[in-house]
Design a protein around this ligand. Sequence first.
Ligand code: ATP
Ligand code: MN
Length: 479
Amino acid sequence: MTPKTIATILKDAQIGKEITIKGWVRTKRDSKNVIFININDGSTIKNIQAVVVPTDIEESIIHQVVTGAGVAITGILTPSQGSGQDVELLASHIIVYGTADPEKYPLQPKKHSLEFLREIAHLRPRTNTFGAILRIRHALAYAIHQFFNERGFFYLHTPIITGSDAEGAGEMFRVTTLDPKNPPLNDKGAVDYKEDFFGRETNLTVSGQLEGELGAMALGKIYTFGPTFRAENSNTARHLAEFWMIEPEMAFYELEDNMDLAEEFLQYLVKYALDNCSDDIAFLEKRLLDEEKSLKKEEQSPLPLREKLHFVVNNSFKRLTYTEAIKILENSKPNKKGQFKYPVSWGTDLQSEHERYLVEKEFNAPVILTDYPREIKSFYMKQSEDGKTVRAMDVLFPGIGEIIGGSQREEDYDKLIKRVDEVGIDHETIWWYLETRKFGTVPHSGFGLGFERLVLFVTGMKNIRDVIPFPRTPKSANF
Ligand code: ATP
Ligand code: MN
């Protein structure tokens, strides 16, 4: 029989019944005539405490019940005598599946640094912090599918191996089966990819958007939700080399519709987490407060985690154009005092420090910036009448900066081709994409949400390496 999870046991609270819990020992504490064993099975942040009377259980078994051991404990569920829990288990039988050498088990019942935990990513899901993060991550993934399903979007599986490098020239991971020591060469002396597995150069995708647009041109509203890969050497707390992205793409949506959807989507997801992950979020809120105690006031989060999340759910996002934002930044105090690391002027890309100034200082709310200079945005974005800007939108979040990047797409074939040629993309690699503008082209829009940036926001964590089970970053792909 499959065991009930601790989450279910605590919910049902069937006092007086004999039950079996299976999980891992978090702590073991000897008291006068009893031993207290705290078990966690991952189903919830809550443990169940088993109370063992040493005379009831063989000593050799009790000896193996140590922090980290995998066990099954059977007993009667009773109201707890002690504080800290409502129920506890009076143990009558224990099976130890596997003990854990206390000298060697890295996860001692004490606080470990996040840096240390990254080195033991195979075990860190067993900590309260990572258990909470991974359950929230799951809940958000589920909510994403639910949100789109409720609204008539179809989940489209776009390819992970791609032959187009239209989006991310220079920052892609090559996919090849050629021998790196002895690749076949063509008559010009260059590597002959015709002999490679796919008969051409291929890479891991940086975005499913281009294929997503093909889906939207047939199914109306689609979304992708898959892994994306960027070999950008930016060792920041917001970038991974492998991350997950959600990319909806909608026929007949213009920029305003796109913004409305992005705002509704983010608010829905944050609300879903608040409604369904309250124990885990409460734990992370407390963790963050403890963590930030030692920081200076201005480095602390302005709001406790749950208040921050409620704020996003209950307040509409501030919408303004890039041009308006630049004016605000130019006149801002940090700019006048030379406190920005990167200068601001019309035409330059906004850096994270600028985005965060707008969100955290100027508006104190999530911000959607639109109508960016065409030179700093992708070739497929819809060109505006002014000839200078494109119908782009970035959603900026407190503590994060950019969480969503999107746009209305250029649906006019001639304008698109002109831009493709200006930026120097080979028609051959995206002929299929260009054909959508020849056969029944319609206005359409879409955006990309970085899943880990969302999880960062909801969990209040500060480093993106701590919100994905097994992070991939420059010089690091362990586990
Ligand atoms: P940034 O300027 O932060 O590098 P970007 O402009 O490269 O972002 P897009 O190409 O628009 O981002 O991708 C859409 C979304 O994917 C971003 O808004 C962000 O949430 C997420 N994202 C982009 N790059 C990464 C990365 N390396 N790791 C994790 N998430 C990312
Ligand atoms: Mn980037």
